[in-house]
Design a protein around this ligand. Structure first.
Ligand code: GRF
Length: 200
């Protein structure tokens, strides 16, 4: 399956997907395109290092979201992309992409949704004082981190954790869970009935 990864920042999840493919525990998958809305983001260097084609754009140079999403859509189609993986893409997906790729867009979020949606989820959970947090991979709908949940992984917050040490553990787990979910989708074992997602 040809996939596109959308990212805005460091791209450690992007690299984890590429590494999983290289190490052969994510199979039958090719990262056909990186889409990045932040020229200069580190994820672009990572894509170059892995030889992944990129589409980098400046949202401000377009009239509105529909305009840049039309351009993204053309690139996705050109690259034969079947699945979009949002991994640190700091924007809501608009109607243009949702209509074309509805049910074929997933996102990774660093909390146990529906708790701590939106930005800085790790900091939100840490400051709130919850004892357990985690990671969620979900289908994307028009809301902010609201789509049907595919998989979650819980992590305890230890008394001696700092926000930094918690973030490190969360990222380690993300780098395992996201390739696993992609594999399940590639294997076509993911079923969705209203909000309930099962992996058969
Ligand atoms: C991850 O924590 C992901 O869950 C969130 O954004 C972060 C991206 O990190 N959506 P990276 O760019 O993959 O390192």
């Amino acid at each position: 399956m040809r996939i596109a990864v959308f990212a805005s920042g460091s791209g450690s999840n992007f690299a984890a997907i590429l590494q999983a493919i290289r190490e052969d525990w994510l199979t039958d998958t090719e990262v056909a395109l990186l889409v990045c809305d932040k020229p200069g983001a580190h994820v672009i260097d990572r894509a170059d290092a892995y030889g992944v084609p990129t589409f980098v754009f400046q949202p401000k140079q377009y009239a509105d979201k529909a305009e840049f999403e039309k351009e993204i859509l053309a690139r996705l189609r050109e690259a034969g992309v079947e699945l979009i993986v949002l991994a640190g893409y700091m924007r809501l997906i608009g109607e243009t992409l949702l209509q074309a790729y509805g049910g074929r867009i997933i996102n990774i979020h660093p909390s146990l949704l529906p708790s701590f949606a939106g930005k800085d989820a790790i900091g939100q959970a840490f400051r709130y004082g919850v004892k357990i947090t985690g990671i969620t991979v979900h289908f994307v709908d028009e809301g902010m981190d609201t789509g049907p949940i595919i998989a979650q992984c819980a992590l305890p917050i230890h008394e001696d954790d700092t926000e930094q040490s918690l973030a490190e553990r969360i990222h380690e787990e993300e780098h395992i869970l996201l390739p696993q979910v992609i594999q399940a989708i590639v294997n076509r074992t993911v079923r969705i009935e209203s909000r309930k997602v099962t992996i058969i």
